[in-house]
Ligand binder design. Structure first.
Ligand code: SAM
Length: 285
């Protein structure tokens, strides 16, 4: 069994390289072999698949990914981790570490350069929690050739991403993501399996991106704008949220034409309703 994903190893590796985990980069290293194995099982990877990992850290997840996948392309922002990471991955030849902020990377170009010819490209990552939402929305909105995402994140964010209508977790983020992919929370993870332990519990979410989305808005950007505007204040009615951003008489006419009650709350509407609002606005612009 590998030693990389254990508390002793992480502490030793940091100490040996005179490092401490950096809070500003969301560094909480996974130290549970069982959880590492389960994340990779959920991703359902074969040697014909290529993986993008965000934040390999000291390499505990990267090691398992290199064992199971054809190739691993990993983005790590912290240059101090590169040496220990490479040392820990000695023996593997099927990976490439890019020392870059994932939010600034040209992923389309990197997929083209490093991951051509694989059956699938999946993202598998224990995410830096401080940028979970920009990472996921950024990747999904770029229409990249990525079919699946298996990602560890803060439990509350996982609940929101997988939120269903009429529940407290349902919001603009649930809809933005479920517009592009099916979303399932597959594993709840306690804070005790990280070094250092974060202040929150975690969960693993699997997103399977639609080949052909069941519902399509005329303009994705208008849909995202509508979703944000409709959920500005959850307890307000749809009408009262909409008139903050759009002309009152326009909103009156639109809801009448679309047969949507002005007194309903956004959490009662489904994706098809939001798309009809979004398409109405797109057409009138
Ligand atoms: N994968 C490792 C593990 O499971 O033990 C580390 C996960 S740790 C939660 C998040 C990792 O993301 C850290 O290695 C951190 O340095 C890296 N990171 C933080 N911000 C990043 C960014 N903007 N781009 C790329 N990597 C980033």
């Amino acid at each position: 069994m590998s030693k990389i994903g254990t508390a002793g190893f992480v502490n030793k590796s940091l100490k040996h390289n005179q490092l401490t985990a950096k809070k500003k980069y969301g560094q909480n290293f996974l130290i549970d072999q069982n959880i590492l194995g389960r994340i990779v099982d959920v991703a359902d990877i074969s040697k014909k698949d290529a993986i993008i990992e965000i934040g390999p850290g000291l390499g505990s997840l990267t090691e398992v990914l290199c064992e199971r996948a054809g190739y691993v392309l990993a983005y790590e922002i912290d240059s101090d981790l590169l040496e220990p990471l490479k040392e820990n991955l000695i023996g593997f030849l099927n990976y490439k570490i890019i020392n870059q902020d994932i939010l600034k990377a040209n992923i389309k170009q990197d997929i083209e350069q490093y991951l051509k010819g694989y059956d699938h490209v999946y993202v598998v990552a224990n995410l830096p929690y401080y940028i979970t939402t920009p990472i996921i929305l950024g990747l999904l909105s770029q229409e990249l050739n990525i079919q699946r995402y298996v990602m560890m994140m803060q439990l509350e964010v996982a609940d929101r991403i997988c939120g269903k209508p009429q529940t407290k977790d349902y919001n603009a983020l649930s809809l933005m993501i479920q517009y592009k992919a099916t979303a399932n929370k597959v594993l709840k993870v306690p804070r005790t399996v990280f070094v250092p332990a974060p202040n929150v519990d975690s969960a693993v979410v699997r997103l399977d991106v639609y080949d052909v989305p069941p519902l399509k808005a005329k303009d994705d950007q208008v849909l995202y704008e509508v979703l944000r505007n409709c959920f500005i204040q959850r307890r307000k009615t749809l009408y009262n949220n909409l008139i903050v951003s759009y002309d009152k008489s326009f909103v009156d006419q639109m809801l009448k034409d679309l047969h949507i009650s002005p007194s309903v709350r956004a959490e009662a509407l489904d994706l098809a309703d939001f798309i009809s609002i979004s398409d109405y606005i797109t057409q009138k612009r």
